[in-house]
Design a protein around this ligand. Sequence first.
Ligand code: E4P
Length: 214
Amino acid sequence: MKFFIDTANTDEIREINNWGVLAGVTTNPSLVAKEGRDFIETLKEIIEIVDGPISAEVISTEATGMIEEAKQFTSLSDNIVIKVPMTSEGLKAVKHFSANNIKTNVTLVFSANQALLAARAGATFVSPFLGRLDDIGSDGMILIEDIVEIFDAHGLDTEIIAASIRHPVHVLAAAKEGAHIGTIPYKVFKQIIQHPLTDAGIERFLADWESAKK
Ligand code: E4P
């Protein structure tokens, strides 16, 4: 499983990118609004930091509006991926983008049938939302399992992005289920890099090293 970061905060992106593990970035309107910055300026900065797919989400609900909005985003870099909602208008737009070699990420996917529709429309990526399913008492991981099975069975090359990841267990389970990508919030990156035994081990090694010198 590859790692994307799910944020519009460029300090967070820069820090995790320095770990050498970042393959891409996803943003959404809520994440962008949280930063209170101009979206295009933010995208330009992200493009400078990360060499990989960067999802920029459209706000329009009509395919024509999505296509119009996408023009500004795609003019910034070949790495821009147009993030489109899982609606009939969204699929219509995906078909258009796919015919014009523009990469897409179909977002707000909550069922395997939706993922299959998105893949058949030509989506580059689909984003099933794990955490939001868990929030309503469903099991988000079953959705990943189903999509992996269906895409494998039919030889679909649309990549599955495990999204709405809330904690380290989501990361582990998504990787085990075969999600191609996990888009991880900064906070969860900071959690998964740590282990108390790693910290204790370093402390012990350093202490032993110091005492051996005496
Ligand atoms: C994915 O692309 C979305 O930006 C994100 O994962 C949504 O996560 P949330 O449910 O925590 O808002």
